[in-house]
Each structure stands twice: as structure tokens, then as C-alpha cells.
Design a protein around this ligand. Structure first.
Ligand SMILES: Nc1ncnc2c1ncn2[C@@H]1O[C@H](COP(=O)(O)OP(=O)(O)O)[C@@H](O)[C@H]1O
Ligand SMILES: C[C@@](O)(CCOP(=O)(O)O)CC(=O)O
Ligand SMILES: [Mg+2]
Length: 412
């Protein structure tokens, strides 16, 4: 972290902005490396063209409101009741490498939520309050505003909805606090923040992910912040600029699952069978590295043989993910249905249900695609071809937001 950023992090509340703002962040698909990345291995991840949108409206009512229509949360607090929960922000910015457990405990006591049975509502509310009380820890007053979040992403399906949510919260609240600027945004257009500001957004989004996931790797919030295609390993983010434009079919099996529980399950398995699981994680690391090399070669000249390598890597990784215990019958079925048409799939994200990705070749026949899509939909799955590599977190002019999203944001 640069010293100037430390200064901002420690800053005595610069200028508090009091304008309405709309921000958005994309979801992601992990090509390879989910779960292994939590244990220091390489992951390759891409942003997808489904976004989470957040609208923040300042208020003079002294009431902080949170509207999360996707998960039916409508909460409000008198800011005076939140004041006693605040703790001075840690003097050492390196402490942002973990959660402030004292604040976390206070929030549990205040809300009455328990850590044993984390549910959709409590995780979202805790992440919101945690980021709010941390970012405004040193502000003279706690600001009142209404935050409304609406997402195109399925919640809890492996496409990084938790990270897109955390990135939006972080960007909006850092902007209000004045720790980052409000870049000028022209009508019908969007704007991005500077590199150092994006780094700050990413750091605070990571805290939100910690509240929701327990021990996230940080790959999802990195994609939500930076967008594009990234290699991620132990906190090091490398954008991959020279890669072919991959065609990806996304399938949501709609089997609900929790990233937090799946990540904890993998940790238990590694603890129970260290000598068996370590080689599997190493092999997943090898898959990510081989995939990255193959993609780089393909940027110059993509051949059918390159696609065969990518397909084989997906098959091997899908087996590994079953071995580490994050498979599901619905995902096995997805792989079988697509393979019957010559297409290769694997789960993406935490697994246990949720989404899978299928690699399409540039010349995959549209009739093949139509029949495989129909068959997957007949299983009750959602299925669509997605664009990848879209921009990360953005500030929007209201007229740049799609009509249906804007009408949801405006209806609360
Ligand atoms: N649009 C949203 N509104 C409110 N909370 C959300 C939203 N999207 C995600 N979340 C929070 O993130 C959690 C899902 O995170 P997770 O289990 O990591 O799944 P994923 O990130 O794969 O979608 C939800 O339980 C909720 O707490
Ligand atoms: C399983 C993991 O690798 C990805 C989780 O992604 P998602 O929450 O299922 O979208 C966890 C992580 O990297 O933090
Ligand atoms: Mg998540």
C-alpha cells in the first residue's frame, strides 16, 4: 500500500460529499482456481456483463436506510443509535488484512444476528454496517442516507454477487466520506476512479467479503473493482491484456448454496487429509498456470488444438473440484448434457450447486448451442451466453443506467 493511500486511510475525514450517486460493479466467472486460490494458488477470473447497482441518496432525517429488494431486506436505523458502536479506526493500515473483531462482535450484539447460522439477510446487513461504521469511524458525525441495491446477478450462485455488493458499498461510502473523489460524469455516460482510488475501493470491498465469506481470497472483489480478465494469486492482481475473446455459456442450476460454508468445508478436508488434498490444490494451480500460458499463445494464433487443451483443463479441474467436496449432482448433470454435444463444462465459484461455465469454440454451431441450451432449460436451469471482460466499478449518470434497473432503484 502506498504511503499516500495510508494517509487517506488515516485521513481525518476530508470533504464529505452530499450528492446523490449511482455506482455499479460487475459479477465474475472463475475460469480456474476457485477454492485453491483461498490457499494461495493461482486463479484466473473474468468479469461478466451482469452488474449490481447501488443508489445512495443523502438525507437530512438522521435515519440510515438500507433497501435490498433482491433479498427482501428493508432496514433503517437512527444514526444516533449507531454512534456508540463506532470504534476508532486501527492506527495501522495493515490491520485491514483482517476484520476488526471488536466491531464485528458489537454488530452481532446490536443486530442480534448469530455467526453460527449465517443467512442471506444477516450477512448483507452486517457487511453494510461494518463498512459504514469503519469508513465513517473518524467522521465528526455519522451521515444519514438511503442506500438501495439492485442486481442483475443471481444471489449466491457463484457469480460473485457478494463481491459486487461489497465493491458498490465501498465505492459509494468512500465517495461520500471524501476519501476518494467523485469523478466528473457526463450525461448518459459513466466514469471510473483513479488507480489509487480503485485500490482503496478494493481494500474496503475485501472487508465486506470477509464479513460475508469468512476467509475470502480477494479474487472476486478484485474483478468487481478492476473488471477485465485477471490472474490472482495471494493478493497479487495481474490484468491479462493479451487473451483471445472467449465465448462462455453460463448455466445456473439454481441449487442454493453458501460460499462461506463451502469454503469452510474445503478447509476442514485439507486439515483432515493434508497429504491427499495438497497435491490436488497443486494440480489446480498447474491447471490455472497452463490455462494462462495457453491463452497467451492463443492471443497470437488460436488453433483448434488450443481449444482442445482448454477443454481438457476444464474436465480435469471439474474432477478435482468434486474431489475437494464442492461438486453437486446438478453440476455433474450439466457436464454430461453439454459433453453429449461435444462441449466441456466445469462449476464456477464456490460450487455445491450454483453456476457452471461451458466453453464454446468460435465456430460452435448455433444449432448445437440451441439444442444444448434447450436441454439445460428443460432441466430447470437458466442458461445464457455471456460477454466477458467488462469494466469494473463505475460511477453512473442516472441516464446511463438501464430503464428497468433505474425504475427499481427509484421505487424505494
Ligand atoms: N443484490 C444483493 N443485495 C443484497 N445482498 C446481496 C446481494 N447480492 C449478494 N448479497 C449478499 O451476498 C451473499 C451471497 O454471497 P455468496 O454466498 O458469496 O454467493 P455469490 O457471491 O456467489 O453470489 C448473500 O447471501 C447476501 O448476503
Ligand atoms: C470459492 C472461492 O474461490 C470463490 C467464491 O466465489 P462465489 O462467492 O461463489 O461467487 C472463494 C474465494 O476465492 O474467496
Ligand atoms: Mg461470494
Amino acid at each position: 500500500m502506498s504511503s499516500s493511500m495510508c494517509h487517506v486511510l488515516q485521513g481525518q475525514c476530508l470533504l464529505m460529499h452530499s450528492t446523490e450517486l449511482i455506482v455499479s460493479a460487475p459479477g465474475k466467472a472463475i475460469l480456474h482456481g476457485e477454492h485453491a486460490v483461498v490457499h494461495g494458488k493461482v486463479a484466473l477470473a473474468v468479469s461478466v456483463n451482469l452488474r449490481t447497482y447501488l443508489r445512495l441518496q443523502p438525507s437530512s432525517s438522521g435515519i440510515l436506510r438500507l433497501h435490498l429488494p433482491n433479498i427482501e431486506v428493508f432496514a433503517s436505523w437512527d444514526v444516533s443509535t449507531l454512534l456508540p458502536l463506532r470504534l476508532p479506526r486501527a492506527a495501522d493500515p495493515r490491520d485491514l488484512n483482517k476484520l476488526d473483531l471488536a466491531l464485528f462482535q458489537r454488530l452481532h450484539d446490536f443486530t442480534g444476528f448469530t455467526d453460527e447460522a449465517p443467512d442471506t439477510h444477516s450477512m448483507a446487513v452486517l457487511a453494510f454496517l461494518y463498512i459504514y461504521l469503519s469508513i465513517f469511524a473518524e467522521s465528526r458525525e455519522l451521515p444519514a442516507f438511503t442506500v438501495t441495491v439492485c442486481s442483475e446477478l443471481p444471489t449466491g450462485a457463484g457469480l460473485g454477487s457478494s463481491a459486487a455488493f461489497s465493491v458498490c458499498l465501498s465505492a459509494a461510502m468512500l465517495s461520500v466520506q471524501g476519501a476518494i473523489s467523485l469523478p466528473p460524469v457526463h450525461p448518459e455516460s459513466t466514469a471510473r476512479w483513479r488507480k489509487e482510488e480503485l485500490e482503496l475501493i478494493n481494500i474496503w470491498a475485501f472487508q465486506g467479503e470477509r464479513v460475508i465469506h469468512g476467509t475470502p481470497s480477494g479474487v472476486d472483489n478484485a474483478v468487481g473493482t478492476w473488471g477485465g480478465i485477471l490472474r490472482y494469486c495471494a493478493g497479487n492482481i495481474t490484468p491479462l491484456s493479451r487473451v483471445p475473446m472467449l465465448r462462455i455459456l453460463l448455466t445456473n442450476t439454481k441449487i442454493p448454496r453458501s460460499t462461506k460454508l463451502l469454503v469452510a468445508g474445503v478447509r476442514d478436508k485439507i486439515k483432515k487429509f493434508p497429504s491427499i488434498m495438497a497435491p490436488v490444490l497443486d494440480s489446480i494451480d498447474g491447471i490455472s498456470i497452463t490455462c494462462e500460458q495457453t491463452l497467451q499463445e492463443m492471443a497470437n494464433d488460436a488453433t483448434p488444438e488450443h481449444y482442445s487443451v482448454l477443454e481438457e483443463l476444464m474436465d480435469i479441474n471439474q474432477h478435482h473440484l468434486n474431489v475437494v467436496g464442492v461438486g453437486h449432482a446438478s453440476l455433474d448433470h450439466l457436464c454430461r448434457v453439454t459433453l453429449a454435444r461435444g462441449l466441456h463444462s466445469k462449476l464456477t465459484g464456490a460450487g455445491g450447486g450454483g453456476c457452471g461455465i461451458t466453453l464454446l469454440r468460435p465456430d460452435t454451431d448455433s444449432l448445437v448451442l440451441q439444442s444444448v441450451t434447450r436441454e439445460l432449460r428443460d432441466c430447470g436451469y437458466d442458461c445464457w451466453e455471456t460477454s466477458i471482460g467488462v469494466p469494473g466499478v463505475q460511477l453512473h449518470s442516472a441516464s446511463s443506467v438501464k430503464g428497468d434497473v433505474l425504475s427499481v432503484l427509484n421505487s424505494y
